[in-house]
Design a protein around this ligand. Sequence first.
Ligand SMILES: *Cc1c(COP(=O)(O)O)cnc(C)c1O
Length: 473
Amino acid sequence: MAPLHKGSDVTDSEHFRRLALNPFYGEADPVGGMTEAPPKHRMPEGPLAPSSAYQLVHDELMLDGNSRLNLATFVTTWMEPQAGVLMAECRDKNMIDKDEYPRTAELERRCVAMLADLWHAPDPAAAVGCSTTGSSEACMLAGMALKRRWAKRNADRYPATARPNLVMGVNVQVCWEKFCDFWEVEARLVPMEGDRYHLDAASAAALCDENTIGVVAVLGSTFDGSYEPVAEICAALDELQARTGLDVPVHVDGASGAMVAPFLDEDLVWDFRLPRVSSINTSGHKYGLVYPGVGWALWRGVEELPEELVFRVNYLGGDMPTFALNFSRPGAQVVAQYYTFLRLGREGYRAVQQTSRDVARGLAERIEAMGDFRLLTRGDQLPVFAFTTAPDVTSFDVFDVSRRLREQGWLVPAYTFPAHREDLSVLRVVCRNGFSADLASLFVEDLHRLLPELRSQPHPFTGDKAAATAFHH
Ligand SMILES: *Cc1c(COP(=O)(O)O)cnc(C)c1O
């Protein structure tokens, strides 16, 4: 009688009587691992055990700063564990594969629809938009759309004779300088003047001419957290059009503010309610409250986004329009954005952003009360404020303060303002979700403790200002 199970089939070759091995299953020789230090700047010849490789990478990363004490960045440094789980579940999904991951694509679409509604698009169903890797990519896309629209309107002059320009404040984030450089557009920058640290309506309109592809208004300047007067800028451009016929569109760079103002400043009119606003971007990973890697770009309607810039990819037997610089991109961040929208709703966002603003205002007041500092902004627009040393302070400067705070683990950038306020150097604090009132109190205590030493310095100590200037974009 034949056995039910056979140990092996006599017809199997030796090869098929073994399990398949994968190179990842092998643990390297532990003794070899101790004697052969892997090179740092050349790919090692052989493999390491995963546990050893993990430990090496993990240990080196311990020396990165503590992101929660980083008061320089606008980018989200804390999310709920559930968001982390969802992101881990989606880390294998490629955002561009709409056909393979149609539900992820659908969640992206819902996020765009929610933002169109939040930003008062006249017809949210007609607004077009997309996710990006961040505001930089979103600004590139918005700038490209502006340039292409202008080029089509001026086909008789461009590229033969006309050179396009973009009007904005000197305080714009560096992505706009990149845009102008990469896409060969002249950057027309309005300098700071006196106590005006951002773009004003009259100067913006004055710099526009027939080659202006658009004006960028920033909702939330990175230099001091102030909102630019978007409505006034639009009104000045309306007046320019009435006078000269020039019709200059506005792009709102709402990297931070487009996720703050809709919840905390509902009466402020800065978005698609202004007919001149043709596109808006935001960073999902700033006050959108998602870990790094997501931004959003939206256009008022299809006319604002030239059709030839749009590519189509397969989607459920049909096609789906896409607009992006990248092809492959992680889907996890988009899923996390949808989770956060669903999780918080408008009331939740309002509560989170109000808490950050309360922390910023409270902290600004306490710093002002110390007497050694002068506030430039008070944290009542973005939850961000900039301050400098009081006029009578001569023994230390903002660079000394930044350096000394760093010794306590706090990252607070100090930097010099651009034209025409190069005489002014400031410190800036960005309050984000996760920087609690308790942490803010610890910060105040640390600063208090440092002040006697700073006051007793014979003069400011930080010689190399450029080296002392921490990241502040
Ligand atoms: C942060 C920021 C950017 C760049 O955004 P990323 O999401 O970091 O690429 C652009 N503009 C403004 C006003 C910003 O604050």
